[in-house]
Write a new protein. Structure first.
Length: 210
C-alpha cells in the first residue's frame, strides 16, 4: 500500500489558509498555489535516491552526493493541475512535463479523458501527477489509468494535491494501492462533488473563469 501523507509544514498550512479565503484574488491565488506546489515538491522528493560522487572544489576533493536513478516527470491533470507545474519546476527544473486532459460531466460528475501528451520516456521516470483537488478521485484514477496503459509502473507514481476529501483518498487507494498520495490538507467531506470546506473550484480561481 502506498503512503498517504498530509503535509503539516507551517509555511504550507499558512499559504493554504490564504488561498482558502474567498476574497483571495486570481493573481494572488495563482502565485500562492505555485508557492505551495514548490513546498510540497520539497517534501515529495525527500526519498529520491542519491549516489556518492567525488568532485573537485577550489580547496580540494569533496565526497558528495547527487541525485541518481529515475528522472522526474510532472503530469498535471488539466486544467487546474497546470497551476502547480511552475512551482515544482522551480525546484526540479530538469523535470519533463506531460499533460492529461480531463473534464467532468456536470450532471453525472464522471470524468472523461480528452487529451494525453507525455514524454516519450515516461515509463522510465518518477512521475508526480498533480491536481489541486482530490475530490471524488475519479479524475486522479483515470489519469493514473492513462499512465499505466502507456507502460508506467504504478509504484513510480506519486499523486500531489492541495486539498483532499476522505472519499477521494479512499477511492484512489482502492483503485491504485501502490500510488503515494501527498496533500496539504484532508478536509471534511464531499458535497455535490465539491470538497467542504475546500477552496472552491480551483480551475475557476486560477484562471478567473466561472
Amino acid at each position: 500500500m502506498g503512503k498517504f501523507q498530509v503535509m503539516n509544514h507551517p509555511l504550507i498550512q499558512h499559504k493554504l489558509t490564504i488561498i482558502r479565503n474567498e476574497n483571495c484574488g486570481t493573481r494572488e491565488f495563482r502565485e500562492v498555489v505555485n508557492e505551495i506546489a514548490s513546498l510540497l515538491a520539497f517534501e515529495v522528493s525527500r526519498d529520491m535516491p542519491l549516489e556518492d560522487v567525488d568532485i573537485k572544489t577550489p580547496q580540494g576533493i569533496a565526497h558528495a552526493k547527487q541525485l541518481s536513478g529515475k528522472k522526474v516527470a510532472v503530469v498535471p491533470i488539466l486544467r487546474a493541475g497546470i497551476g502547480m507545474v511552475d512551482g515544482i519546476l522551480d525546484l526540479i527544473p530538469a523535470a519533463k512535463v506531460g499533460h492529461i486532459g480531463m473534464y467532468r460531466d456536470e450532471e453525472t460528475l464522471e470524468p472523461h479523458e480528452y487529451f494525453v501528451k507525455l514524454p516519450s520516456d515516461i515509463d522510465k521516470r518518477q512521475i508526480f501527477v498533480v491536481d489541486p483537488m482530490l475530490a471524488t478521485g475519479g479524475s486522479a484514477i483515470m489519469a493514473i489509468d492513462a499512465l499505466i496503459k502507456r507502460g508506467v509502473d504504478e509504484s513510480n507514481i506519486k499523486f500531489v494535491c492541495l486539498v483532499a476529501a476522505p472519499e477521494g483518498v479512499e477511492a484512489l487507494q482502492k483503485a491504485h494501492g501502490d500510488v503515494d498520495i501527498y496533500t496539504a490538507a484532508l478536509d471534511d467531506h464531499l458535497e455535490n462533488g465539491y470538497i467542504v470546506p475546500g477552496l472552491g473550484d480551483a480551475g475557476d480561481r486560477l484562471f478567473g473563469t466561472k
